[in-house]
Ligand binder design. Structure first.
Ligand code: SF4
Length: 368
């Protein structure tokens, strides 16, 4: 199995979770509840924990939301990042209430003394700060920074990348001047070319871990594809220490998409991986229906097995030779194969149950 050489970043610790410094790429999401509604927020976080969320960000739009963090933390088992919008006092309250990290947007809190107050509080609480640069809320332009009249799309893209990187570097410099180095950075844009390029440049310029994401990526299906392209391209270059897929939908879908990206890039394995052929004129079984049923049943399974569901014996075992176990359909019958070798023949009516029974009792083979 091929793997990428990952960029070495300086680690930060968010609660008990290491991000960067060679740690596994961490999976995170953000709640959609009113943080001050502790029951609703905890309930949503529990659903996210169940599908593999390792770090959760909550909105701290006002003091009530910031004060709710201690109550939320008492009932969950993953670290909490407080997302600060405009008022630095909410960051101070979030830190007082045990936030494991605060996220500052360089475009939103502009007064140096206020940023300093947050940095000093984070330092004394021994928590890191995420500098979250977002295409939609960049700091105001300063003299000489204006985009030239009639700029081409290429120039506009370059201009956006420069602004994002500059905003991040200016905030990093401010924190470093205060001798604060527990920093994580994100540079998010809807335009995946800009997002990729901004992260590539930042990865060269500073040692801090990078949080990857495509902002406002859209609804579940198009947003997952867009995110997978932007985040996946960087991960394949070894860049990125944590990720969030931002979707207009249930945040549980964000976590599922994160894990699918990590599985697809061979960076992490959680639960089974389903290999399924697209079906074609050679298939003499309902391949698509079978694949969907297997996918549904695999949701209950946590074993990191690779499972293949193939439409025919002509290409089935060969196409799925890396799979741990699979099935290839034939006419009225099919073969179950293990590690690419035929294991036994099964009647079509028994495909699902026999395959699932084999999967459930199978040991996970040792990996190299
Ligand atoms: S495995 Fe068989 S049925 Fe599936 S796409 Fe390949 S040739 Fe077609």
């Amino acid at each position: 199995m091929m793997e990428v050489q990952r960029r070495q970043s300086r680690p930060v610790f968010v609660g008990g979770l290491q991000i960067g410094g060679g740690a596994p790429v961490a999976v995170q999401s953000m709640t959609t509840t009113d943080t001050a509604d502790v029951d609703a927020t905890v309930s949503q976080i529990h659903r996210l924990e169940d599908v593999g969320c390792e770090l959760i960000r909550v909105s701290c739009l006002n003091i009530n939301q910031a004060n709710a963090i201690s109550k939320i933390k008492a009932r969950i088992s993953i670290p909490v990042v407080a997302d600060i919008h405009f008022d630095f006092k909410n960051a101070l309250a979030a830190i007082d209430n045990g936030a494991d990290m605060v996220r500052l947007n360089p475009g939103n809190i502009r007064v140096r003394e206020r940023i300093e107050a947050v940095v000093l509080a984070a330092k004394s609480a021994h928590i890191p700060i995420r500098i979250g640069v977002n295409e939609g809320s960049l700091p105001p332009l300063t003299g000489g920074d204006e985009m030239p009249e009639g700029a081409t799309p290429k120039l506009r893209g370059e201009f956006l990348v420069n602004r994002m990187v500059k905003a991040g570097l200016e905030e990093i410099q401010l924190l470093e001047e205060l001798d604060f180095h527990d920093i994580k950075i994100s540079l998010k844009a809807f335009d995946i070319y800009a997002m990729i390029e901004a992260n590539r440049r930042m990865a060269q310029l500073v040692p801090y871990p990078l949080h990857l994401g495509v902002t406002e990526a859209g609804t579940v299906f198009p947003g997952s594809v867009r995110s997978a392209i932007g985040i996946g391209a960087l991960l394949m270059e070894g860049i990125g220490d944590t990720l969030r897929v931002s979707l207009s939908g249930d945040p549980v879908e964000e976590i599922k998409a994160c894990w699918e990206i990590l599985r697809s890039t061979n960076l992490r394995q959680k639960g089974p991986t389903l290999v399924a052929c697209p079906s074609c004129g050679r298939a003499q079984i309902d391949l698509i229906g079978l694949a969907q049923q297997v996918e549904e049943r695999l949701k209950q399974l946590d074993k990191p097995l690779k499972i293949a569901v193939m439409g025919c014996v002509v290409n089935g075992p060969g196409e799925a030779k890396d799979a741990d176990i699979g099935i290839a359909g034939g006419k009225g019958k099919g073969v179950i194969f293990k590690q690419g070798k035929i294991y036994k023949t099964v009647d079509e009516k028994d495909f699902l149950e026999v395959l699932m029974s084999e999967i459930e009792t199978m040991e996970v083979p040792a990996r190299d």
